[in-house]
Write a protein that binds this ligand. Sequence first.
Ligand code: AHM
Ligand code: MG
Length: 281
Amino acid sequence: MVVERVFDVVADVAPVIRSGLPERRAKAASENATGDTQLEADVWADDLLRERLAAVDGVNWYASEERDAVETVGDAADGYAVAVDPLDGSSNVQSNNPCGTVVGVYDEPLPASGRELVAAGFVLYGPTTTMTVARDGGVTEYLLTEEGRTDLRDVVLPEDPLVYGFGGRVPDWTPAFESFVRDVEDDLKLRYGGAMIADVNQVLTYGGVFGYPGLQSRPAGKLRAHFESMPIAYVVEAAGGASSDGTQSLLDLSPSSLHERTPTFVGNDAVIGDLEAALPD
Ligand code: AHM
Ligand code: MG
């Protein structure tokens, strides 16, 4: 099945990406489609993933946070579109903190609604390299090494939330969001590391909430719907949690452009419910 082959490729490539990071910490002389300065590692990981994923029969389109446009890479009758954030949290490479790779498999050419996702997953380059994949209603976490992958666990979001982490500078938060956070911090423990994948994996492990809100200076926030927000929402919802853009599930978004951004929240159902109640419609 195409989805299995996509994640076989990601599992094979991840140890290569990991071992290539130390020598690619320099800034590349380029910006990506959303204006971020790229690291050599961003560009290199993107090229590697494009080359390997384009070779999978049934992958018709490759899109990446690092490329301006969707690229047609196949012509299967029922082909899929694969959307990738090759190195999520790449500013963490410089400070030697964790980062990740995010992959969404869509049933339709992009732009597409989150409801067109048929699978999504991510790799976390932490003390170990793990891959978490949501498909067929379940979520599995694997340990990745150069020898292959081994099952670690079925991922189910813990019932009781423990950790929270929100992006953006506090003075740039809206008053409604800030007052919601003041309530959250009475009960939960702050964990924010600047790489969505690492922060979301803490939520999947301990329970809680991760978010990057709409800011006063940037109402759509920072995270990109196709490459980050919707794939992560797919994983967290499949693990028993919830997602929101402030009013609805992130999976109900239908972005009109490839690099569209959206306020992004994932975590325990009750916390996401409180968030939606706190933010204006
Ligand atoms: P990137 O994909 O260019 O690395 O940007 C996304 C990252 C997320 O991983 C993280 O949640 C966010 O940007 C952190 O932003 P900030 O540095 O503003 O806290
Ligand atoms: Mg990213």
